[in-house]
Ligand binder design. Structure first.
Ligand code: KG4
Ligand code: ZN
Length: 345
């Protein structure tokens, strides 16, 4: 298909983002302009994302961000071939802001609109960054999702595993909160763990050995709470040891769960010469998690692909790219009556 430029819009959680992505005639992608505004400061006082505050912040920032993305890309709306906006899953207020903005631009310019599933954006990112071919496995670990997905093609996904309770990022955030560490919890737990003894607490490793590929993290959080309560008053060293032991339990759990997934992939897709595991989501920043997955992939003959962190966390380049992939695959654009969906598996 001919080269195309797509404007992407992302507003499903607490990042407002706009991006212009080029897909060339050979199917290679490049990011021409990309801006992300994090609302971290707006929410940190509340220890989590407040939906109403998020929606208002998206309204205030989005128009300027789109102008900025176009400016950085050196293009105007005339040069854009299509608009892609996240339409779910996520916080409904933010989704309405982004999708309505996308519709307004599509309406005013007469260009096609793609309403993109946020998870599809994460799933296809490795094709934008690494030109990966189908099929491959993707582990999405963020504040809202923990999913192991078989990516077979554009619009063709199989969910192999999901969390039956907390998302992995949520487990980090809740653990941090009950240890009195700042929000967001993931980076704080990782930092504290650097000085800790990972052997001190033998925290549970939920579902290890289970034949399904699902995850569970709420029991781990409960064990952390009990450990902290049994130590009152908790010292900095206790906190460091708890964090290190917590990460070790997660590392062991992932080794088992993802290890099973890799073996299943090899059985089901024996003809794939160089199988790959892609990681995405904010928790992908964690060095212990990365080392665990890298090691697991080495042992199983998989390529481990971790896109640059700014493309692992929420961004609009992945949404623009998902639109480009749908366009190139000949999938139809969406009508301007398409509705946002807070839940969209
Ligand atoms: O993908 P993301 O930026 O936002 C969504 O959830 O959509 O992920 C945020 C999550 C938070 O739960 C945060 O605590 C976690 O990613 N996180 C980390 C680290 N950095 C961010 N978790 C563990 N270790 C980290 N270094
Ligand atoms: Zn996300």
């Amino acid at each position: 298909s001919p080269p195309m430029r797509i404007l992407g819009i992302e507003t499903s959680c607490d990042e407002t983002a706009a991006s212009v992505v080029l897909r060339d005639e050979n199917g290679r992608g490049s990011i021409l302009g990309d801006v992300v505004l994090s609302q971290l400061e707006e929410h940190s006082a509340y220890g989590g994302v407040v939906p109403e505050i998020a929606a208002r912040a998206h309204v205030e920032a989005l128009d300027t961000l789109i102008e900025e993305a176009l400016l950085r890309a050196g293009v105007t709306l005339d040069d854009i071939d299509a608009i892609a906006a996240t339409s779910g899953p996520g916080l409904i207020g933010g989704l309405i802001v982004g999708l309505m903005t996308g519709k307004a631009i599509a309406r005013a310019t007469g260009k096609p609109l793609y309403a993109v599933n946020h998870l599809e954006g994460h799933a296809l990112t490795a094709r934008l960054t690494d030109g990966l071919s189908f099929p491959y496995l993707m582990l999405l670990v963020s504040g809202g999702h923990t999913q192991l997905i078989l990516v077979k093609g554009v619009g063709d996904y199989e969910r192999w595993g999901t969390t039956i309770d907390d998302a992995l990022g949520e487990a980090f955030d809740k653990t941090a909160k009950l240890l009195g560490l700042p929000y967001p919890g993931g980076p704080a737990v990782e930092r504290a763990a650097l000085n800790g003894n990972a052997e001190r607490f033998n925290f549970p490793r939920p579902l290890v050995g289970d034949a399904r590929l699902d995850f569970s993290f709420s029991g781990l959080k409960t064990a952390v709470r009990q450990a902290a309560q049994s130590l009152e008053p908790v010292t900095d060293q206790d906190i460091a040891d708890i964090c290190a032991s917590f990460q070790r339990a997660i590392s062991r759990t992932l080794k088992d769960r993802i290890g099973r997934g890799l073996k299943r992939f090899k059985t089901d897709h024996a003809s794939v010469e160089k199988p790959a595991l892609v990681v995405a989501g904010g928790v992908a920043a964690n060095q212990v998690l990365r080392a665990t997955l890298q090691d697991l992939c080495n042992k199983n003959g998989f390529d481990f692909i971790a896109p640059p962190l700014q493309l692992c966390t929420d961004n609009a380049a992945m949404i623009a790219w998902a639109g480009a992939e749908r366009f190139a695959a000949g999938l139809p654009a969406d009508g301007l009556d398409v509705a946002p969906r807070s839940r969209w598996p």
